[in-house]
Write a protein that binds this ligand. Sequence first.
Ligand code: DQA
Length: 139
Amino acid sequence: MKIAIINGPNLNLLGKRQPEIYGGQSFEEYLSKLRASFSHLEISYFQSNIEGELVNALHQAAEDSDGIILNPAAFTHTSVALGDAVKSLNCPLIEVHISNIFQREEFRHFSYVSSGAKAVISGMGLRSYELALRYFLPA
Ligand code: DQA
């Protein structure tokens, strides 16, 4: 089974960026652990700071993968384009957030993506990705 993980803007800085909120680990470091623990899944990874590249990546991932895990980062709260893209996909997508967006500033409480997502996981740190991956395992 192929799962695509797609991360939005500034998540390339994980480990350095506001570690009190996002933790001290880079995503690459975490991803290698994820790949080792879910070795029977084929996990692809894409990160971009550019909205249109994320839309393209979602279209491509829907062709190539059985499921998508998306952290739209700040575009969660601003991007009609990402929200529309998510609604157009024919494979399940789980929206994840490292922090609990509902405990933070009010502008982070709204997501353009959630209404098109199968589920939303928010506030479990990097473990949010691991929990999302578990959804794709056979019950
Ligand atoms: C985030 C939460 C967003 O509000 C923020 O803009 C991010 C990361 C999270 O994973 O907690 O960049 O999506």
